[in-house]
Design a protein around this ligand. Structure first.
Ligand code: SF4
Ligand code: MG
Length: 326
């Protein structure tokens, strides 16, 4: 399928008193039409900042996009004017978050918010927009959508609010849905339902998804492709089944070993591997995983390893595989 989003050598740095935090440091990936890609890592690995950078929403100061490109159908989102990017956001690329109240205005009825978006982005009449909004709420599993559309956000339960947010995010039929830990605040049963909904609805609408998560269970149940992030970089990537069957990077191996069951959605935190996540301030040009890696060699402390590709479609950045001279 066609590549619709290309993130190329993206660098997002935060300038703090203690130095420079390279929150995202050379992230590159492609997203294809209809693909579901999982960006997985511990908190602080740079996955959420990658998301904010794609949408040009990095708070400045202290954040700054220090380099790279984010090409949406060939156009660099990082070079767009605020007006141009507003036209893309919510229309071509939508986002959902852990807390639906970051997307929903508490003071407006759901109908007002959805109709406004549809009139603005899709040029529908108010009546047509309302019909479309009701249809989306139904697809998202909101019972009595014709009535509930005139409720305020606080009149919905947490899980239902998440469904409303998803309906709203998909109402303009975007090419891409970026979901940042959309279910980690919910209890496990509701979580599974919401993930099922995201999977079914995006498959039906042909929406590509970037799923940002700390949970390998979420990735296993939902994604086609996985990018494992560590200290601002993608350290391993590939088709999800191949990564689970043949993890090559010691960090990925540790993550997979730490998850007891991958055949159902779980909300396991990726914290059971030994050692602490790196302090990303003024990180030297080494493999940032070496303090936690039981296979570390001298070279690992001296130079960041280039990415090595394997014939099952996977690639890993690790000196165990790098063909570069050591
Ligand atoms: Fe471990 Fe070295 Fe590979 Fe880093 S490059 S993951 S330290 S073996
Ligand atoms: Mg996050």
């Amino acid at each position: 399928d066609e590549v619709i989003l290309q993130v190329k050598d993206l660098k997002t740095y935060f300038h703090v008193d203690e130095g420079i935090v390279k929150a995202v440091d050379g992230v590159t990936f492609d997203l294809r039409q209809g693909e579901t890609l999982g960006l997985v890592g511990e908190s602080g690995s740079g996955k959420s900042v990658t998301n904010l950078s794609i949408m040009n929403l990095v708070p400045f100061p202290p954040g700054r996009i220090a380099g790279g490109e984010v090409l949406y159908r060939g156009q660099d989102l990082l070079k767009m004017t605020p007006n141009q990017i507003r036209d893309i956001r919510g229309n071509k690329i939508s986002m959902i978050f852990q807390d639906p109240m970051t997307s929903l205005n508490p003071f407006l009825k759901i109908s007002t918010q959805m109709v406004e978006t549809l009139v603005l982005h899709q040029g529908l009449s108010k009546a047509a927009a309302r019909d479309k909004a009701i249809e989306m709420l139904k697809l998202a599993g909101i019972p009595a959508a014709e009535k509930r559309i005139d409720n305020y956000p606080h009149q919905f339960s947490g899980g239902m609010r998440q469904r409303v947010m998803i309906a709203m995010a998909l109402s303009c039929n975007p090419d891409i849905l970026i979901a940042d830990e959309p279910t980690s605040a919910l209890d496990v049963t509701i979580q599974a339902q919401i993930l099922d909904l995201i999977r079914d609805l995006t498959a039906r609408l042909g929406t590509a998804v970037i799923m940002i998560t700390h949970s390998l269970g979420v990735v296993a149940g939902l994604c086609d492709t996985i990018c494992v992030m560590y200290a601002g970089r993608i350290v391993e990537r590939g088709p999800v089944d191949e990564i689970f069957a043949h993890p090559r990077h010691p960090y990925t191996q540790g993550l997979i070993k730490s998850v007891p069951r991958l055949d159902k959605f779980t909300n396991e935190r990726l914290q059971s591997i030994q050692g602490q996540p790196p302090n990303v301030i003024d990180l030297p040009d080494c493999c940032p995983f070496y303090p936690r890696c039981d296979k570390a060699m001298d070279i690992c402390k001296q130079k960041y390893p280039a990415s090595t590709s394997f014939d099952n479609g996977c690639a890993a950045s690790c000196w165990l595989y790098s063909r570069e001279a050591r």
